[in-house]
Design a protein around this ligand. Sequence first.
Ligand SMILES: [Zn+2]
Length: 341
Amino acid sequence: MGILQLQNSPLTSSARTAYRSVRAAYRKVRAIRNRFLNFVESPIVILIYHRVANLSADPEMLSVSRENFYRHMLFLKQHFRILRFEEEWFGLKEPAVVVTFDDGYADNVLDALPVLEEVGVPATFFVSSGHVGTEKEFWWHQLEGILLREGEFPARFQLDDARYGRVWDTASLERRKALYASLNMAMREIPPARRDSWLDQLGKWADRRHGGKDFHRSMTKEEVKRLAASPWATVGAHTVTHSALSSLTEEQQRKEIFTSKKDLENITGTEITTFSYPFGRKRDYDRTSVRLCREAGFIKAAANFPGQVHRWTDPFQLPRHLVRNWDLETFAAELKSFWTR
Ligand SMILES: [Zn+2]
């Protein structure tokens, strides 16, 4: 925790320099350790994508263009053994890659799946079941649609909330970007009902709920079925409401984990055996989440922090590497660094 606390406190420039060199030293040690471990056993690198789409704005930088995605898949196919997330994957002679998607956006079926089928790359898609078949965008898109657009806004926004309530200056787009960033962070830490109340307050304040140029639709039930029916795709669960599990009570966590599995099983008619934690950093889930995932009958669960996978890696906290909208050259270079990161 020491390093993280440092990162959050106000730093003098010398402390910042010291922090950077500690981080750099840590990375070096980790790279040496990982090289050694890779020598003991061939590593597996799990990639995480969210969207394949050409968006007009992408503040979370989670979308990869269709052109780049095609190039990524072709590169993987030509250079690596590609495994399925759900299969037994140890005892390999060479390094291998696994492709996964989180959230369940419609573009996964409409734009990513045809590429996977054409190139012949299997992928697992973790879907938040509460958004399937609804017109409701994920809360971060609602937030984006309200705040990150041009137009007339009141000069101030007052959030009514026992813990986070305060007043923000919202007179300029720059100020609204700052509000977006702080609410985006805070909204990860609160349960869904409270988040909806914040969005209601914002919607009334701005006099509209949506305003983004893109409509960020989740899959319909038919699209989830189509995905599950493809020999190149597997459907996994990703909770119902896409909330950070660590912010919920045990009962709420149980509902999110068990219901998402059941919902997707009802839609696809197949057993759902894998799961990924929303947001997926170590602070976004806890020991209860891991225990409940085992109890629900999942065989593996994916997190969202870098690291490679070995026989000794916890199958319920599998690290993954986030892929950005990289051109082929950058993708190849990043992928190379993943083997020691
Ligand atoms: Zn997610």
